[in-house]
Write a protein that binds this ligand. Structure first.
Ligand code: ADP
Ligand code: MG
Length: 357
């Protein structure tokens, strides 16, 4: 789950010694860890560096993904109902399993809870966990429980299964592949801006009731994302095998750059092909933000971004809910976004980076 824009750098006694982690950023830190993690077991087919790790279990592979969600960094309980939080915590991990083109099967959920939460709050949270488990037919198989001095922390691990040949690794994007995205982008970010706006109004004048009427779509996209298992199934039925796939948690630009970096390729996308909902266009205007920026850098849409061979393209063009936004190119061509008038600029990742000061 991406970080909410507020409170990105937790304030703590900062050490005067050592290198600030912000100088590396989140992905720099992960790369540093990855570079020292040597895989020792033949069954570890893929370790750090994709939406999920892949383990060879004989006939099938097991895929594993884990996420840590911190109160005040990833969610704000002032406007996040606990039931939605339970749902979303499971859903975003299932999304990572689906992004590997695997079938989600189990989750573990671990919590650290401060004394401010009554039993009823935890029941609400687990009602959401259960709803997500039921919707995606996964089993809650374990977890861990601890007290926390302050705040609510959630760690979810999701497992899934896939045949090795079906797995869509980021590194498998091929030059000439078409780049596709599901659904529409940028709405979850605007939903968050709306919730933040109402929170601010409420804090300034507690008598004023939040006004979210007419904004169900945007707020729903933020609070209750749905992993695109429907599209994964549709592709399977049509026998369309994505070469590379990733879920959009940090914004289209960041995710596409992850694919390009892993596969050592370039890309060319067209901004007019990026799918935007009418509600997104209207609210972006209200906030005075470019809707494309919301799609490219907003994040938390949990749509799928995937690349497919040219042979599938006629079939994909006829499908509702999938947009073809560009092509994978040679690395030497760079990673570019084109506008209608034909001019281009470099694609840059501007997602929220809580570790960069
Ligand atoms: P996502 O946004 O899909 O959750 P991340 O950017 O969090 O992905 O993680 C990218 C990769 O880095 C994954 O393979 C993940 O397992 C790995 N990773 C992230 N943090 C750590 C860590 N502290 N130690 C080891 N691997 C990590
Ligand atoms: Mg993660």
């Amino acid at each position: 789950m991406q970080d909410t824009p507020k409170n990105q750098t937790p304030q703590e006694n900062t050490s005067t010694q050592g290198t600030p982690i912000g100088s590396l950023g989140e992905f720099g830190l992960i790369n540093r860890i990855a570079n020292t993690a040597r895989l020792k077991n033949e069954s570890s087919l893929k370790g750090i560096g994709d939406d999920a790790a892949v383990l060879n279990m004989g006939e099938q592979c097991t895929v594993v993904s884990t996420d840590l969600l911190m109160e005040g960094i990833h969610f704000d309980l002032m406007y996040t109902p606990l039931k939605h939080l339970g749902y979303k915590s499971v859903a975003v991990n299932i999304s990572d399993i689906i992004a590997m083109n695997a079938q989600p099967t189990q989750v573990t959920v671990s919590l650290a809870i401060s004394s401010r939460f009554p039993l009823e709050a935890i029941d609400e949270f687990y009602a959401g966990v259960r709803a997500a488990c039921d919707n995606y037919q996964v089993d809650l198989i374990g977890g861990d429980t601890s007290s926390s001095i302050k705040g609510f922390f959630i760690s979810v691990t999701a497992l899934g299964v896939a045949k090795e040949e079906d797995i869509a690794y980021r590194h498998n994007a091929k030059v000439g592949d078409h780049i596709c995205v599901t659904g529409d982008l940028g709405a979850a970010y605007l939903g968050l801006q709306l919730l933040e706006r109402e929170k601010k109004i409420y804090l300034e004048s507690p008598g004023v009731q939040p006004n979210l009427e007419g904004h169900d779509y945007l707020v729903g996209r933020q609070l209750r994302p749905e992993p695109r298992q429907d599209i994964q199934r549709l592709l399977k039925t049509l026998k369309v095998k994505p070469n590379a796939m990733i879920d959009i948690s940090d914004g289209l630009a960041s995710e596409l750059l992850h694919i390009c970096e892993s596969a050592q390729v370039g890309c060319r996308i067209y901004d007019e092909n990026i799918p935007l909902n009418q509600k997104t266009l209207e609210m972006a205007q209200t906030f005075g933000i470019d809707p494309l920026t919301c799609a490219l850098s907003g994040g938390e849409d949990y749509e799928l971004l995937f690349t497919v061979d040219n042979k599938y393209i006629e079939e994909l063009e006829t499908l509702h809910g999938i947009s073809i936004i560009g092509r994978i190119t040679e690395m030497s061509e760079g990673r570019k976004i084109y506008n209608k008038s034909g001019s281009s600029h470099d694609l840059i990742a501007q997602g929220w980076k809580h570790l960069s000061a």
